[in-house]
Design a protein around this ligand. Structure first.
Ligand code: COA
Length: 373
């Protein structure tokens, strides 16, 4: 089999930061407004008052300290509680494509690739800006790339699932250099008005160049030793927004049309799935979990990641073994593993093995085992 490498990554970081203190202040103002508006019903015992959020809870429960967003003012407006974006004409680059293109330029520069060197673009994200044409094709056009492009969505696991599609295309000969891009504008499907999850997400875009080793010229190459994907249906992370909403005559602003989850259940069920998945993947490659230099895990919850690694290596996972970026970025859905890799691999030596592993809605879990060349 031809060797395939990841030869460059790129990161787009949105212009605005929201700290937990700012987020909680806006959320609590929203709660106070709602409770004042519903005071009579609350007084009559017909409705429960909404409860305040707290910075302490957020940091303890998740490890998240801040997040980056494309628009801050709309999210922090207690009368609105979601971002405010200006509609763009059909002949303008869409917002998702814009941030994707920025990340792609950086990944291409890191890998030393020009548009003519690339012949496939896979755009993977947990939501697409529109039904069609595919955002990937818009990105392809904006970058001046020939070949083909398509969108895909496996929620938080999309990056690793897309990397496997890239590896397969390279090995099958249908592409020679693939750009995998993950533009995540999670702020638009996040439920900023729900105390259980209002702190979870952040916006970002990542891109990765995946190519045949024989064409790679980058000084920083990571050979893909294997990829492994698995899914198992669960309703514990769900969003019912979709093209049939109109026909169902349902409220487009109803709670089920944005992100919702049973966080506790997700935590309990996904940790063992992810740990067993990585263990069996490594066993198939004859790599001991303790021989892995670094785990770049999905960035949703600090304790979840610590537990996954503890199950694998039997001890505490320090930041050196399983780096965290969620304190700064929050959960950026599919992009989290790529940010972790992007920011935390420069210190690794030739021959070091690392595992990218994402997990999330579906349930889905994907792992990519790589070795520094
Ligand atoms: N501020 C203050 N208190 C809050 C709160 C908030 N924002 N949100 C919930 N609480 C309270 C709850 O009401 C509950 O109170 P109770 O014990 O009196 O009933 C308590 O805190 C614990 O709530 P719980 O929902 O069980 O919290 P948790 O410890 O499970 O943490 C998550 C919540 C979401 C951080 C955590 O479950 C998680 O990260 N799960 C995995 C999620 C994941 O990976 N999702 C993938 C998304 S793609």
């Amino acid at each position: 089999m031809s060797a395939v490498v990841i030869s460059g990554t790129g990161l787009y970081q949105p212009p605005h930061t929201i700290t937990n203190a700012e987020l909680v202040q806006a959320f609590n103002a929203y709660v106070d407004l709602q409770n004042a508006q519903n005071a009579a019903q609350i007084e009559a015992g017909e409705r429960e008052p909404l409860a305040h959020s707290s910075v302490e809870f957020i940091e303890k429960a998740s490890g998240i300290k801040q997040r980056y967003v494309m628009d801050k003012s709309g999210v922090l407006d207690p009368h609105r509680m979601y971002p405010r974006f200006t509609p763009r004409a059909d002949d303008e680059l869409s917002l998702m494509a814009e941030i994707a293109v920025d990340a792609c330029h950086k990944a291409m520069a890191a890998a030393g690739k020009k548009p003519e060197d690339i012949d496939a673009v896979i755009c993977g994200a947990s939501n697409m800006q529109r039904a069609y044409p595919a955002v990937a094709v818009e990105i392809q056009q904006a970058l001046g790339i020939n070949g083909y492009a398509f969108d895909m969505n496996v929620a938080c696991s999309t990056a690793t699932f897309a990397m496997e599609q890239a590896v397969n295309a390279l090995r099958a000969g249908s592409a020679k250099c693939v750009l995998v891009v993950n533009p995540e504008i999670t702020s638009a499907h996040q439920e900023w008005r729900d105390r259980d999850c209002h702190f979870i997400f952040g916006d970002v875009a990542t891109a990765s160049v995946v190519e045949l080793a024989e064409t790679a010229t980058s000084a920083d190459q990571w050979e893909v030793l294997g990829t492994k994907l698995a899914t198992q249906f669960s309703n514990n992370i769900r969003n019912n927004f979709g093209f049939m909403n109109r026909c169902e005559d349902t409220d487009p602003n109803a709670r089920d049309k944005t992100f919702r989850q049973e966080g506790r259940k997700v935590f309990k069920e996904v940790v063992p799935i992810a740990a067993a998945h990585i263990e069996s993947h490594l066993a198939a490659l004859s790599v001991e979990p303790t021989a892995v230099r670094r785990y770049w895990l999905h960035q949703a919850n600090q304790s979840m990641n610590q537990l996954v690694v503890k199950r694998l290596i039997g001890g505490e996972a320090g930041a050196d073994v399983a780096p965290l970026i969620l304190d700064e970025y929050a959960n950026t859905s599919s992009a989290g593993v790529v940010i972790a890799f992007h920011k935390h691999h420069a210190d690794m030596a030739k021959g070091d093995v690392g595992v990218l592993c994402s997990f999330g809605a579906g349930y889905s879990v994907g792992s990519v085992v790589i070795r520094k060349r």
